[in-house]
Design a protein around this ligand. Sequence first.
Ligand SMILES: Nc1ncnc2c1ncn2[C@@H]1O[C@H](COP(=O)(O)OP(=O)(O)OP(=O)(O)O)[C@@H](O)[C@H]1O
Ligand SMILES: [Mg+2]
Length: 311
Amino acid sequence: MLNDDMDLVEPPQKSEVIGTGKGGVGKSTVASHLAAHCAAQGERTLLVCVTSQDDDDLGVKKHDRGRQPDGPSVLDGMGLYRAIHERSPLRPVQDVRPNLDVVPGGEAVGELIPLLMARLMGPEGVGVVLSLARAIQPIAPFYDRIVFDSAPENDSLEQLALAAGRHLFVPTRSDDSSINGMKRIAKNFKSVRRQLNPWLTVAGAFLYASNPSATLLHEEVKGDIRETLGEGTPILSTVVGYREKPARNARKKGLLFSEYAELLPTSAKSYDVAAGRATVADVVPDAIVGLTDDMRALTTEMLDYSRKASG
Ligand SMILES: Nc1ncnc2c1ncn2[C@@H]1O[C@H](COP(=O)(O)OP(=O)(O)OP(=O)(O)O)[C@@H](O)[C@H]1O
Ligand SMILES: [Mg+2]
């Protein structure tokens, strides 16, 4: 099945894939915050959302952030779909934040699945899994860092991202189905690494959205991670706390946690809501401060682990 003279594509030195085979564990939230953190530190950064559900944490579509490239719309996953369909370079939305460009996910990314399946049967064979890596190659020199958000519960899309990046970060929650989700990414990781991307390594795994004081539980999850991903898997020490309300509100507003936290001083209070002067949506929860600090600690630690993985 494999072709001897297939050209492999070496991923950019600083390219991070956030992935696990379970939905709703925090992949998109972490990917967008990691990309924004790198951009804020001065790295020219590209976030590529290889997911058919566009959560739009950065407000690209909902709040019209960034500059759309010339030509047909790249929103709703159309840019990613078109680049792979037409075998052309990706055209990101530019300057969604200073130094940060984004290839948005969305419905059209789901349409890649039948396209990839059809091409898999043709002369390209498994090389089709390198489609995203190839679409990135011409624009990679413009960036210092590329971050991939990956799709849950879809092997083809997960493999596309794994074939295009160098470091894999695996977030998980503590429940059994999240642990099972890691088994799926472990399987895809092994086959992509063996057949198409020998540069791929697991840079780290981490527990996401959990009660920070549940240390016994954390130890158990670390055991589960090592059992699933291998004894030598680096495990990050930061555990971002479970804080549903500020996380949900920030996403709705298309704001990073740190940006949402800046609204705290001017926030309406619960008594304003009770008096009918404001709506619940105008109240910024105090917990955004802790959430911002946790996320900053996590993204800082991720970059540390990424450096270690590079050797
Ligand atoms: N620290 C947190 N505490 C509680 N909820 C959170 C936290 N961070 C993110 N969330 C919320 O958890 C939900 C899932 O997060 P997210 O979309 O990032 O996960 P995902 O793994 O990308 O999901 P999918 O697999 O559907 O793409 C979202 O509603 C998000 O707002
Ligand atoms: Mg997601």
